[in-house]
Ligand binder design. Structure first.
Ligand code: GLY
Length: 265
């Protein structure tokens, strides 16, 4: 895996308190605390050796700090998605502007209606991408996504979701063939070839860890997962994401992590 050199994040907006939630983790986010946690998240990313581009808060879109959903950024192309959640669909326009800083126009692709796709449903494992068919990502979105990936020499396979919001809510790749799996993904044949760590049910939220240049960032408050990741040999960092968790958001949702040597001045 090539190292990431860039990360894009967006500051949480005050309207965050009106973001979409399944109610699985009850309570309204505390905006001020969310800002503090976002600062810590940015600091942790910087420790992993990436340059962080911080986009301004966008009050028009309560969930817009979850920048992973409106784009998928690869080494060879950027794909602007078409978020399936109506209140989030417009996030794609401003993320396109941000992405233009790092990718030439001819390598910026788009998912278009009636296809829908959200980046939280996409898990990159080398040159292969797993894509969750979910309430946010439909079959047509996956068809378009696979076609785009093929053009750039990547492959793709579909995973049907039954319970969770996004694919990466329950399964995350830590490179070196190591996979964190929880719930409905534990037995799926799609992931049979990986070395799997099964997340204990009571720590299911921590299936959403992120690998950044060899370090794994783990959400704060999940000791079993933290211990397991450290035992796999990774240096670890923890970040408290309690306010984002109330909106079903996790560590991966809060950033776009990618390699680009094209940054415009
Ligand atoms: N609250 C994040 C999402 O539902 O997309």
């Amino acid at each position: 895996m090539r190292r990431f050199n860039h990360v894009i994040v967006r500051r949480p907006c005050r309207a965050l308190t009106e973001g979409i939630t399944s109610g699985l983790y009850p309570g309204k986010p505390d905006y001020e605390l969310a800002l503090v946690q976002h600062d810590s998240y940015i600091e942790a990313l910087k420790k992993c050796g990436v340059e962080v581009t911080v986009l301004p808060a966008d009050e028009a879109f309560p969930d817009s700090c979850f920048v992973e959903d409106p784009a998928v950024l690869t080494e060879r192309c950027a794909i602007i998605t078409n978020p399936g959640a109506a209140s989030r669909n417009g996030e794609k326009e401003s993320i396109r502007e941000a992405v233009r800083q790092f990718y030439p126009e001819e390598s910026i692709e788009s998912i278009i209606s009636p296809g829908t796709l959200e980046g939280g449903d996409v898990m990159m494992c080398g040159a292969h991408f797993f894509v969750g068919q979910s309430e946010r990502t439909n079959a047509e979105g996956i068809r378009q996504f696979a076609e785009i990936l093929k053009k750039y020499g990547y492959t793709c396979s579909e995973v049907k979701l039954e319970e969770v919001l996004h694919l990466k809510t329950g399964v995350n790749y830590l490179e070196n063939n190591n996979l964190l799996v929880s719930g409905e993904f534990i037995e799926k044949p799609d992931f049979a070839s990986f070395r799997k760590y099964v997340i204990p049910e009571e720590e299911a939220y921590a299936a959403n860890c992120i690998w950044v240049n060899g370090t794994v960032i783990v959400p704060k408050g999940y000791p079993k997962v933290l211990e397991a990741v450290a035992a796999m040999g990774y240096p670890t960092l923890t970040v408290d994401t309690s306010e984002f968790r109330k909106l079903d958001g996790g560590l991966s949702c809060l950033s776009l992590r990618f390699y680009s040597n094209q940054k415009k001045a």
